[in-house]
Write a protein that binds this ligand. Structure first.
Ligand code: ADP
Length: 405
């Protein structure tokens, strides 16, 4: 690895038709530029770029045929702000990679063997890993001299014991097809668990936290002494909580039933459970703001959807409380967790005997800062901790390349 003198890290999150990016200066973890390219491959691709210092935003619509063109366009936008990718200030590029399987337990500098392994994992992450790979290869072509670091969504969960990671199915079949619970959103869970410990003034290695990442996708994790011991997503992000469009947990026999009795194909069932279930399947909306508005108007369908969402959440809080034995805090994060006071209140309602409660006034406060919303004498703290996956990717990336110097 080449020695790094720069202090900037470019974070890339490459999806199948989009690239989100942030350039950070790791001396003070500040953002220099943020932006995204979407609808790659269409005539109406869109690039939105913000230079943070000046607040200036530039938007551009036109055809961007592929990821290579997208990254070149990003590079040009950064150069206009004096932040070009050719700058010696750039220390590394950190890539979000969704699935690292059991192979990657930590951020990893990309080489040919790493690329091959990410490729080998495509069958367990067919939607995400190919796009992540394209992003890495494109960035490599642009700056072949620079360390490219892969930061895996699954890595934080690789500390799960076998008792939590294995499904109770035939071991040989599971091993042959690499079927186990990998978990996702790990970068967020890692960041929030650590930030929650800091908020409590405790060392992460001495803190037990239940993290509830409630965005459009949603997952819970049980973190003991800074390490993940269980998480709600599994082989894929379909397992666990009720999500915006995913069902989360259900009897797997529903799938056989839909195929045998409903005459649906595997692809149709896959689409139903991932895209047309969860909140949107239950009430036609997946945005919690809209669901709450409908609940306030007395809409019974929205109310039932909300109750099912909360019931599942509460089950996971109880389950992870039991897994951990001792819980220091429950932390709410991501779009719903950070913003929906009604969800936070309902999720812990009635759990006073577990030492859990929310203070109505504190819960109503809107803020971008990590904060406690439990009464001051609460045995178990309830926290709202805004997640920052890009900062976590940049921190892990920078930490790794500095270590290599
Ligand atoms: P993802 O990254 O999974 O797309 P986010 O973490 O950005 O999701 O969360 C998006 C969700 O957050 C939206 O679908 C919406 O339901 C919810 N959300 C955002 N703002 C609010 C708010 N003020 N009140 C309630 N829910 C909100």
């Amino acid at each position: 690895m080449s020695a790094t003198r720069g202090t900037r890290v470019l974070v890339l999150n490459s999806g199948s038709s989009s690239v989100k990016y942030q350039l950070l200066d790791m001396r003070d973890s500040s953002r220099l530029a943020v932006g995204l390219v979407e609808r790659i491959g269409e005539e109406t691709s869109r690039l939105k770029h913000t230079h943070v210092d000046s607040g200036a935003t530039r938007e551009w619509t036109g055809p961007i045929p592929d990821h290579e063109a997208a990254l070149k366009a990003v590079s040009e936008e950064l150069a206009k702000d004096g932040l070009g990718l050719d700058s010696p200030e750039l220390a590394a590029i950190g890539h979000r990679v969704v699935h690292g399987g059991q192979s990657f337990t930590a951020p990893t500098v990309v080489d040919d063997a790493v690329l091959a392994e990410i490729e080998r994992l495509i069958p367990v992450a067919p939607l995400h890993n190919p796009a992540n790979l394209t992003g890495i290869r494109t960035a490599q072509a642009l700056r072949p001299d620079l360390p490219q670091v892969a930061v895996f969504d699954t890595a934080f969960h690789t500390t799960m014991p076998e008792s939590a990671a294995r499904y109770a199915i035939d071991v040989a079949t599971a091993d042959e097809h690499r079927i186990r619970r990998y978990g996702f959103h790990g970068t967020s869970h890692a960041y929030v668990a650590r930030a929650t410990a800091e908020l409590l003034g405790k060392d992460p290695s001495e803190t037990n936290v239940i993290v509830l990442h409630l965005g459009n996708g949603a997952s819970a994790s049980a973190v003991r002494s800074g390490e993940c011991v269980d998480t709600s997503m599994g082989l894929t992000p379909l397992e666990g909580l009720v999500m915006g469009t995913r069902s989360g947990d259900m009897d797997p026999a529903v799938i056989f039933h839909l195929a045998r009795v409903g005459g649906m194909s595997i692809d149709e069932i896959d689409n139903l459970l991932n895209k047309k279930s969860g909140l949107i399947g239950l009430c036609g909306d997946n945005d919690m703001r809209e669901i709450r508005r409908r609940v306030d108007e007395g809409d019974e369908q929205a109310e039932l959807a909300f109750e099912i969402y909360i019931h599942r959440l509460k089950k996971y809080i109880g389950a992870y409380y039991a897994v951990l034995g001792t819980v220091d805090a429950i932390a709410f994060t991501a779009g719903v967790g950070e913003n929906a006071a009604s969800v936070r209140e309902a999720a812990v309602a009635g759990l006073e005997t577990l030492g859990l409660a929310v203070d109505g006034d504190l819960n109503a406060v809107r803020s971008d800062e990590p904060r406690l919303i439990s009464p001051s004498d609460a045995r178990v703290k309830v926290a709202v901790v805004p997640t920052d996956e890009e900062l976590e990717i940049a921190t892990q990336t920078y930490g790794l390349v500095r270590k290599g110097d």
